[in-house]
Design a protein around this ligand. Structure first.
Ligand SMILES: [Zn+2]
Length: 344
């Protein structure tokens, strides 16, 4: 839980088990940090927390300017002009808080006896920067009774939708917030899908001509024709079909080849929406994801496969065949589809 430290300074003594907690924190972040800036900044704070715990001190809170400079040195060039804006407080707190249940379960399994909290003190007035840091506290303060410390989850999962980006040639179809189908962009999309269908059919026709032409050497003709049919099939399967399924399915998983390099998962989402008096639709490219309630890793939407045919399910990055959840695109909620281990 984020601890807003806009109150008198907490005790500086280090509770028992803090060093193990600091080492566990480094490991947990190494297993769960994605490439987001928030996660990388938390890793820097965890490094500092470990160094402080090794000295026997509570980690000092550091200002966002110092944090941005350390990020520049270790990860990539940060924008130092306004570190307060560059280090988005809300993003860091959100990243940390959203993984709380999985993190608590992980700490309990590891036998960690000190509680790690993320602290923030917002900078009041000119020149006072917001400061951040991890702090160690006795476990009892956070979890009242040791017997109740066993964190139980019911497998319920809450998804969030964030804008996603398509590969460069398709980037015009993923403006933030989406676009109405009754628009120039919508017309261009219609023409693109139509020309893809014609192209696919053209390749199939050519393949049949090559295979069936009387003059050609039959074995070479069949090999070339077969290759062209395979090309036509993959263009259809991974290029055209997801877009054609959109009107009936409303939510379609996009193949990775159509996504930006930095994007591993994304879906096409079509919502019926009137434009004036005309019924129309609104198309957006989004990534629905959630922190796994069991282990805290990211849960992303994937095809249900043979286990869950005709369904889109949420699969956890750490255990894609065990931590599987349903997905309701309207409520953005789901529940566990497989029995989960108790008391985790
Ligand atoms: Zn999981």
């Amino acid at each position: 839980m984020l601890d807003d430290q806009n109150r008198p300074e907490a005790a500086q003594t280090l509770p028992a088990g803090s060093l193990q907690a600091a080492q566990w924190l480094r490991g947990w972040l190494a297993r769960n940090a994605d490439n987001s800036k928030a996660a990388r900044l938390l890793e820097l704070l965890a490094q500092r927390a470990l160094a402080a715990a090794e000295r026997g001190d509570q980690p000092a809170l550091i200002d966002v300017g110092t944090l941005a400079r350390e990020y520049s040195l270790e990860v990539e060039q940060a924008n130092e002009h306004d570190p307060g804006k560059w280090v988005r407080s809300a993003r860091m707190a959100e990243w940390w808080d959203s993984r709380e249940s999985g993190r608590a379960a992980d700490a309990r399994h590891a036998g960690i006896t000190a509680q790690v909290t993320l602290s923030r003190r917002t900078g009041g007035g000119k020149g006072n920067q917001t400061v951040w840091g991890f702090r160690f506290e006795p476990l009892a303060r956070a979890l009242p009774a040791a017997d109740d410390a066993e964190l139980r989850h019911d497998g319920a999962i809450h998804y969030t939708a964030e804008p996603a980006r398509l590969a460069l040639p398709l980037r015009w179809l993923s403006p933030p917030g989406g676009f109405p189908l009754l628009s120039r962009r919508g017309l261009a999309l219609f023409l693109m899908v139509l020309s893809n269908v014609i192209l696919d059919l053209g390749i199939v026709w050519l393949a049949l001509v090559v295979m069936l032409s009387p003059g050609a050497d039959s074995s070479a003709g069949i090999a070339i024709g077969g290759f062209m049919l395979a090309v036509a099939w993959s263009c259809w399967r991974f290029g055209t079909r997801p877009w054609l399924r959109l009107p009936s399915d409303r939510l379609v998983i996009l193949p990775m080849g159509q996504l930006a390099f930095t994007q591993d998962f994304a879906q096409l989402h079509l919502v019926r929406r009137r434009q004036g008096a005309t019924p129309s639709g609104w198309l957006s490219v989004v990534r629905h994801w959630a922190p796994c309630p069991v282990c805290g890793s990211d849960v992303d939407l994937q095809d249900g496969g043979t286990a869950f045919p005709d369904r889109i399910v949420g699969r956890c990055a750490a255990a894609p065949h065990e931590h599987v959840f349903s997905f309701d695109p309207v409520l953005l909620r789901g529940s566990a589809l497989l029995p989960l281990p108790r008391g985790t």
